[in-house]
Design a protein around this ligand. Structure first.
Ligand SMILES: [Zn+2]
Ligand SMILES: [Zn+2]
Length: 333
């Protein structure tokens, strides 16, 4: 039996374990579910900029490659920045803040909120509200980014659905999770609330860090600039599309091991790049589990980080799902 209660998100209980996080709604969404947007055109412009900008940068990067200006230290800066900001999203925004899979010190919460913000996927509380709403209405009306709802039929419908789930939904504000409704616990958290309000500082800070790392490792201004390109723009592009792929590909392709009532899938090849998030069917079956990969054969780098933090005393109350409980939702059972 799952501990995830079957309740509408109409009555979120911030004190409860995961009531407002992933309770499937019995009826459709209400207007109160949707976060209003203050500056829609500005928001669309910025979303377009951070989506298209890195692609332009990648074109420039290709030109750079031809010119022989990609160095070993650029790859190193890319790897460090990708891992840090990626874990900010997976361990921080997703497992810690959205699903409360483990507990930790306020200082560690601050670090993960900052690292996740540097990934430039939006302020932490908005990210969490959207994602909790995704779990509440998974692949039904009200899901902010389902590839399966209202996209038509046939190949055209499939492609439209995938495009919407991948990136199109970011340009639409009619189904976003309302912050007060879906993340009252984080609004009340002074640490997370502060990082949320100062989002742009950390987003730009991530780019400055890429420049600084390049300069430190390469030792020249040019190294700083190529560090900014690879560890900033290209890193942002790759991480964005890996995160988007969880919403699009992982609700379409892969294995459906657990009966979740939605279209979530486990997509093994994406697991290493997504730092473990591609075990998405496992995750929809057991949303509060700190580990998305089950067993040694399902690589989950974020789970290894949480386990390491637990050993060091930096994480506690780590949520684990016993194999017997997993079996109750498995199609193989
Ligand atoms: Zn999902
Ligand atoms: Zn989730």
């Amino acid at each position: 039996m799952s501990t995830h209660s079957i309740q509408r998100p109409a009555a979120p209980r911030p004190d409860s374990d995961d009531a407002q996080v992933q309770s499937p709604a019995a009826d459709g969404p209400t207007p109160e579910d949707v976060q209003p947007v203050a500056y829609e055109n500005l928001d669309r412009f910025l979303t377009g900029l951070i989506t298209v900008g890195p692609i332009v940068a990648l074109g420039f990067a290709g030109w750079q490659l031809w010119d022989g200006l990609l160095h070993g230290y650029d790859v190193l800066v890319f790897a460090i920045m990708y891992l840090l900001t990626g874990l900010g999203i997976t361990v921080g925004f997703h497992r810690l803040f959205t699903h409360r899979s483990f507990k930790t010190y306020p200082a560690v919460r601050f670090v993960f909120a900052v690292l996740g913000s540097a990934a430039v996927e939006g302020p932490v509380i908005s990210w969490v509200a959207d994602h909790r709403k995704h779990h509440a209405f998974s692949d039904r009306e009200g899901d902010p980014h389902s590839p399966h709802v209202d996209h038509g039929t046939g190949l055209r419908g499939i492609l439209r659905g995938l495009a919407h789930a991948h990136v199109g939904w970011l340009f639409i504000h009619t189904a976003r999770g309302h912050r007060e409704r879906y993340a009252p616990d984080l609004i009340a958290d002074p640490v997370v609330s502060f990082v949320d309000k100062t989002f742009f500082v950390w987003a730009i800070g991530g780019l400055a860090a890429a420049f600084g790392l390049g300069y430190l490792i390469g030792g020249t201004l040019t190294a700083g600039l190529t560090g900014l390109l690879w560890g900033g723009a290209v890193r942002m592009l790759v991480l964005h599309h890996v995160t988007y792929s969880i919403n699009s590909l992982c609700h379409f392709f892969g294995r459906h091991t657990y009966d979740t009532g939605d279209h979530s899938r486990n997509l093994a090849w994406l697991a290493p790049f997504s730092l473990g998030e591609a075990w998405h069917n496992n995750h929809h079956a057991f949303p509060t589990s700190a580990f998305h990969g089950f067993g040694l054969r399902q690589l989950d780098i974020s789970a290894l980080v949480i386990r390491g933090m637990e050993r060091l005393g930096l994480a506690w109350d780590v949520v684990r799902v016993a194999p017997e409980r997993r079996a109750t939702k498995s199609f193989a059972a």
